[in-house]
Design a binder for this molecule. Structure first.
Ligand code: Y39
Ligand code: FE
Ligand code: FE
Ligand code: FE
Length: 230
């Protein structure tokens, strides 16, 4: 198959590429697995939206299978141990919030932060992916917008009573995203993904989401500044 221009210098079968892919592919597989579990948990917390949230969880499970196939296609074994550590900060915070019944925090972590991270990463990956992975990722990223939209709409409809918890949850979790990006920066570059582009796409998506939920420009400036200190 022909590759688009962005992929022309990438050797998908080099040891360097496969080594970096073993970690990035694992991160994505682990992320999809955790997203699957998180939407099941959210379905328990928001019984009114149970069917919709279970549907989202099933989409995440399909995404996971798609990305597992991408690794197999390149004969790469995903480093799942690395990936579990990579997600441990957000994982712990989600579990704690769920145990405390803090649905707003759970939505901010999964449906805003993790979905925006996924949308940024997948959009940046698509032009430099191998043909097999590109097709899979194009299908997946469409779904991720649906997941982001769920959180956005719920939080918009419950904005006044969620605002304080959202501020606290943002303060706790946004810096973790920048730490995660720093950990994966070198591997991402090997795959053709630049950190600056990832940060830019994440921020564009996150800021737009906060505005749609109902935050003022001033609030958004304050909220997004928490990333920069990481
Ligand atoms: O909602 C979802 O499907 C999200 C779990 C997936 C997260 C994927 C995280 C991607 C980070 C990749 C970093 C590459 C630079
Ligand atoms: Fe080809
Ligand atoms: Fe997904
Ligand atoms: Fe998702």
């Amino acid at each position: 198959m022909q590759q688009v221009a962005a992929t022309s210098e990438i050797d998908f079968h080099s040891e360097t590429y496969k080594d970096a892919y073993s970690r990035i592919n694992a991160i994505v597989i682990e992320g999809e697995q955790e997203a699957y579990e998180n939407y099941i948990r959210l379905a328990e917390m928001l019984p009114e939206f149970k069917d919709e949230l279970i549907r989202l969880s099933k989409m995440e499970n399909r995404h996971k299978k798609g990305f597992e196939a991408c690794g197999r296609n390149l004969q790469v074994t995903p480093d799942m141990q690395f990936a579990r550590e990579f997600f441990s900060g957000l994982h712990q915070n989600f579990q704690q919030a769920a145990a405390a019944g803090q649905v707003v925090t759970c939505l901010l972590i999964q449906s805003l932060i993790i979905e925006c991270f996924a949308i940024a990463a997948y959009n940046i990956y698509i032009p430099c992916a191998d043909d097999f992975a590109r097709k899979i990722t194009e299908g997946v990223v469409k779904d991720e917008y649906t997941h982001l939209n769920f959180g956005e709409v719920w939080l918009k409809d419950n904005f006044e009573q969620s605002k304080a918890e959202l501020e606290a949850a943002n303060r706790q979790n946004l810096p973790i995203v920048w730490q995660m990006l720093n950990k994966v920066e070198d591997d991402a570059r090997v795959l053709g993904m630049e950190k600056d582009a990832l940060v830019e796409d994440f921020m564009i998506q996150y800021v737009e989401t906060l505005a749609n939920i109902g935050f003022s420009n001033r609030d958004i400036m304050r909220l997004s500044a928490y990333g920069l200190q990481a």
